[in-house]
Design a protein around this ligand. Structure first.
Ligand code: ZN
Length: 139
């Protein structure tokens, strides 16, 4: 069995962002040379997510609105986590909802997606360097 590990780095210009990383993951899959196996992609920070869904702008706006309803960024003092001097309690909650990681099957050297599936990095406390782990195992 082969094993491949790489990191993808991000520094989003805004506090929140959704970044399509499908092509990046696909490039790493090609680099790995693995044809059959599994590909794990996970955020390495507790205020960011990796998830799979549609690359459609309206949907991404819907996510932003929905997440702000569930866990509004402000007022900061509504969260006990922010008593520590941090301001990112909402980002931890948004990360929990959108998930830490995804796993995609690899078949014939390709990411074996369903219709319209794309991989996204979900940033909820950006404007600093953060990373995503890509681990591919198989043969
Ligand atoms: Zn925090």
């Amino acid at each position: 069995m082969k094993s491949f590990r790489k990191e993808l780095w991000f520094n989003t210009p805004s506090r929140r962002a959704f970044v399509n990383i499908t092509d990046d993951v696909d490039s790493l899959l090609k680099e790995s040379g693995i044809k059959e196996g599994l590909c794990l992609v996970n955020a390495m920070h507790i205020s960011a997510s990796v998830f799979i869904n549609d690359d459609e702008r309206g949907l991404h706006k819907d996510y932003e609105k929905w997440l702000e309803k569930l866990a509004p960024e402000k007022p900061y003092e509504q969260y006990r986590h922010n008593d520590t001097g941090e301001d990112n309690a909402d980002a931890h909650l948004k990360r929990q909802i959108m998930g830490r990681e995804i796993v995609v099957a690899i078949t014939n050297g390709k990411l074996d997606f369903g219709p319209w599936e794309q991989i996204f990095y979900g940033e909820f406390d950006g404007m600093r360097r953060k990373r995503v782990l890509v681990k591919i195992i198989g043969e």
